[in-house]
Design a protein around this ligand. Structure first.
Ligand code: MTE
Ligand code: MO
Length: 256
């Protein structure tokens, strides 16, 4: 008799969770993006484990058509050069202002860490990669969602260009408003994970993260970090300290 797919899924779930719990308790951070030292964080680990066990990592987020594009509020930081902004960085804010005045011609996205060819990419460099456009739904943890069209380059192409080392497991993103976000290689290499420089047919507007933001369509909105400045590829999990989601009380992983 054939096992029903439902039972197989349940088994996978149970096995996945048990595996996650075991790893957590043994304090081993090798397979999971560990948020540890805090048992309350176990829920994050279980979500991550369940997703990575049950869901094919490369399944696509739904894409929409042009007539579905909605109004799209800008939230969080809407201009890193504004000293009144909640996450204003005295170090990067003035730099951002200067770059914006120059139309971002001098902006460079540095990519470093566990890569063979660290680099600094201009907007023009990124636009030389084959572009990708996608109309997707953004879901904010605060309970709203909006649909927009994003144009950019698949992160996987840029990671290929810099030569990610085989041991690398995480990709971390640092911004001009001094935030940071991190994703694992499954999300980093996902075809819809892009470095977006365009929105709804225009250059990416300042409030939405100019000149380049991340779009991680398989996670909640806060992981689509805006105002990218630096990408660091790591072997080891990095909780990103006070720049990251964890210390702000959010999950490192927010898969949807
Ligand atoms: N650098 C940076 N990225 C950010 C934020 C931010 O404040 N700063 N806010 C996040 C949150 S909570 C959401 S919902 C989206 C909002 O993107 P939007 O302004 O284009 O709507 O960006 C995310 N990325
Ligand atoms: Mo959000």
């Amino acid at each position: 008799m054939k096992t029903s797919p439902l039972i197989t899924r349940r088994k996978a779930l149970v096995t996945g969770l048990a595996g996650g719990g075991g790893l957590l308790l043994s304090g081993c951070g090798k397979e999971l993006p560990p948020t540890y030292g805090n048992i309350l964080r176990m829920g994050d680990v279980l979500t991550y484990t369940a997703h990575r066990t049950l869901l094919p990592g490369q399944s696509l987020a739904r894409e929409y058509s042009h007539r579905d594009i909605s109004s799209f509020p800008a939230t969080g930081t809407t201009n890193p050069a504004e000293p009144e902004a909640r996450f204003y960085s005295a170090m990067h804010g003035p730099t951002y202002e200067r770059l914006r005045e120059g139309g971002f011609a001098d902006w460079r996205l540095t990519i470093e860490g566990r890569v063979a060819r660290p680099g600094a990419y201009s907007l023009a460099d990124l636009k030389r990669f084959p572009p990708r456009t996608q109309i997707t739904r953004h879901t904010c943890e605060e309970g709203w969602s909006a649909i927009g069209e994003w144009a950019g380059v698949a992160l996987s192409r840029v990671l290929e260009a810099v030569g990610v080392l085989p041991s690398a497991r995480f990709v971390n993103f640092y911004t001009f408003d001094e935030m940071a976000g991190g994703i694992d290689m499954v999300d980093a290499l996902h075809p819809q994970t892009i470095l977006a420089y365009g929105m709804n047919g225009h250059d990416l507007p300042i409030p939405h993260g100019a000149p380049v933001r991340l779009r991680v369509e398989k996670q909640l909105g806060y992981n689509s970090v805006k105002y990218l400045q630096r990408i660091v590829v790591t072997d080891e999990f990095d909780d990103l300290g006070n720049l990251g989601a964890i210390q702000a009380g959010w999950s490192w992983y927010a898969g949807i």
